[in-house]
Design a protein around this ligand. Structure first.
Ligand code: HEC
Length: 156
């Protein structure tokens, strides 16, 4: 098997494990639940453009529709909801899903539960992929595009 193919197979496996178990802490590493490729839009001379696997891409869309009104664009936080790129450091997926299911009654403002809202509850894994990529810094702020499908399975 050529080296590049072995590498792809390994990535596939690592992704599959992370997605299937829904575990691990927010951030990068071998079990990162996302795939990101960033380049520079030299033709336009503008900022880096990043592309992401379909799960992360969908997570980004859902985040901006359902969460950004409080947590702000790119999860960077507002005056009334925390910067999730900091708040979710070290948080595991179980705690993340519980925060969405049950809401969060923290010391500041409470966050209402989201579990009964299918526009959110269907996309927990996608939100997890997106926010993990933001927490690790592998995905900088800004719009993202979808990576072309390579046949690697995204979690449903
Ligand atoms: C109505 C405003 C609002 C919306 C909408 C909202 N949040 Fe929050 N969220 C908050 C606030 C406020 C906190 C902090 C609560 C505190 O610290 O007391 C918070 C906290 C969190 C936390 C940290 C929980 C913890 O245990 O530390 C996570 C994770 C989170 N939000 C994710 C999300 C996601 C993902 C969405 C979209 C599906 C979302 N939030 C939508 C207001 C909101």
């Amino acid at each position: 098997m050529p080296k590049s193919k072995a590498g792809a197979a390994f990535l596939l496996l690592a992704f599959g494990i992370a997605a299937a178990q829904g575990q691990g802490s927010a951030g990068g590493g071998a079990r990162a639940p996302y795939r990101i490729e960033c380049g520079t839009a030299t033709a336009l001379g503008t900022a880096a453009v990043c592309r992401a696997d379909v799960s992360t891409y969908v997570g980004w869309r859902v985040f901006h529709a359902q969460c950004a009104s409080c947590h702000a664009a790119d999860a960077q936080g507002s005056s009334f909801a925390p910067d999730l790129t900091r708040r979710m450091r070290g948080m595991d997926s179980r705690a993340f899903f519980a925060a969405l299911d049950e809401g969060y009654l923290g010391p500041d403002d409470p966050m209402p539960p989201r579990g009964a809202n299918p526009d959110v509850s269907r996309y927990y894994n996608e939100l997890w992929s997106y926010l993990s990529a933001r927490v690790s810094g592998d995905l900088p702020p800004g719009p993202i595009e979808r990576l072309p499908s390579t046949g690697f399975a995204a979690p449903d």
